[in-house]
Write a protein that binds this ligand. Structure first.
Ligand code: PLP
Length: 434
């Protein structure tokens, strides 16, 4: 039975359009959702880039239930409980380099706002209080907090919300169909776009800049893959001027590229990293900031009785989220899911790239277990073609995600070749009709 749909104000949704013709997911197992009539719908998006280990994982459910029965809630302000200590320690086995100080949040948005605050407070703790400026990137998506939309670069997410944070600048985005259309993996063209950071640094003076934040692979804007050498350049410019580099790995974290993090895949280590989503396989809200030990240590200088960072959430390190995350990490390790993702990624990418030639498609971008398929916009109706694709795919048992006229795909890492064949086949049929 479909409940009354009125009262729930849906996020990032055309409420009236949806409620007139709802798409309700009622249950899920493995690679599939089921609707209320038990129709199976192939999950091409791991929910919302988060169910990396596939749906309905029993060991996570058991861990959550046991935790609920043992300790339902405990604060982490001036108190502790085992979960976040154990989880943070466990995460340090997979964090890149020395990003071993872990601050827990409840979402990616909170992780981003926490990282931005930590960056500014870090410089202040070092005696560099003039470093407050934050640099994001056009088309960047960093969640929906005021910090995140300020450094983010998607106009529709910003324009309704006033002047946002002051002291924010943006790098240019790296999207360019003329040079990079149909690139598989990292495009050849575009590393020079990172040089714009030099211009921004010169404009404001390095002594005013706290941090640069980017998604290593931009997801929500429609899958923009960093050009070869681009992230390395950002890293070296940040190093030159004492600016912190923050990677927002909310979608790339936990195996999406076939490595634990995009930092591993691209071999570029940030100073701070934001994660969420896959940390609990999406089943309990949780996010985190991974900070370099040296950043943490900078805060540990004053009197031992003083709170070092006046920041946190009632649910930072929530027992249930920690239990879910620990069980999730166990699955990733026991089933070697990151390695599996790496192994199947070439098949995935070839299969998606085979859609080239369908007349509505103007670009296909693939990396790891991600794909972006850009459609030609219908003149005067941007987004309409991709929305139609979403609706038709759903009717034909396939869940995709769209942003503007771009289809973004990010299946669970447990995907196998027959699922990929089925997904691509459905997509080809639907796209050919648009
Ligand atoms: C790169 C990135 N950062 C931040 C977020 C925000 O995460 P949340 O929706 O959990 O707040 C997202 C969500 O998709 C994301 O893709």
């Amino acid at each position: 039975m479909t409940p009354d749909l009125n009262a729930f104000w849906m996020p990032f949704t055309a409420n009236r359009q949806f409620k007139a013709n709802p798409r309700i997911l009622a249950s899920a197992q493995g690679m599939y959702y089921q609707d209320q009539n038990a129709r199976e719908i192939l999950d091409g998006t791991a929910g919302l880039w988060c169910v990396n280990a596939g749906h309905g994982r029993k060991t996570i459910a058991t861990a959550v239930q046991q935790q609920l029965e043992t300790l339902d809630y405990a604060p982490t302000f001036q108190m502790g409980h085992p979960g976040p200590f154990e989880l943070a320690q466990r995460l340090t086995h997979i964090t890149p380099a020395d990003l071993n100080a872990i601050f827990f949040t409840n979402s990616g948005s909170e992780a981003v706002d926490s990282a931005l605050k930590i960056a500014i407070a870090y410089h202040r703790a070092k005696g560099d209080a003039s470093r407050t400026r934050l640099i994001g990137r056009e088309r960047g998506y960093h969640g929906t907090g005021f910090g995140g939309i300020s450094v983010g670069g998607i106009a529709s997410n910003r324009k309704a919300f006033g002047p946002l944070l002051s002291g924010v600048d943006h790098l240019p985005h790296t999207h360019n169909l003329e040079h990079n259309a149909y690139s598989k993996g990292q495009p050849e063209w575009g590393a020079h776009l990172a040089d714009d950071l030099e211009r921004i640094v010169t404009l404001h003076d390095p002594s005013t800049i706290a941090a640069v934040i980017v998604e290593p692979v931009a997801g929500s804007t429609g899958v923009l893959i960093p050009p070869k050498g681009y992230l390395e350049k950002l890293r070296s410019i940040c190093d030159r001027y004492g600016i912190l580099l923050i990677f927002d790995e909310v979608i790339t974290g936990f195996g999406r590229l076939g490595t634990a993090f995009a930092a591993d895949y691209f071999n570029v280590v940030p100073d701070l990293m934001c994660v969420a989503k896959g940390i609990t396989n999406g089943c309990v809200p949780m996010g985190a900031v991974f900070a370099k030990e040296s950043i943490y240590n900078t805060f540990m200088q004053g009197p031992e009785t003083a709170i070092e960072l006046f920041h946190g959430y009632t649910y930072s390190g929530h027992p249930i989220a920690c239990a879910a995350a620990l069980a999730t990490l166990e699955i990733y390790q026991n089933e070697q899911l990151f390695e599996k993702a790496a192994a199947i990624a070439p098949y995935w990418q070839d299969a998606i790239q085979s859609l080239k030639g369908i007349s509505s498609i103007i670009d296909i971008r693939t990396i790891g277990l991600i794909a972006g398929i850009e459609l030609a916009s219908i003149p005067g109706s941007p987004g309409a073609r991709a929305y139609q694709a979403l609706v038709t795919c759903f009717e034909q048992d396939l869940l995709i995600r769209t942003t503007g006229d771009i289809i973004a795909l990010s299946p669970p890492l447990i995907i196998e070749k027959p699922h990929i064949d089925r997904l691509v086949d459905r997509l080809a049929t639907v796209l050919a009709t648009l």
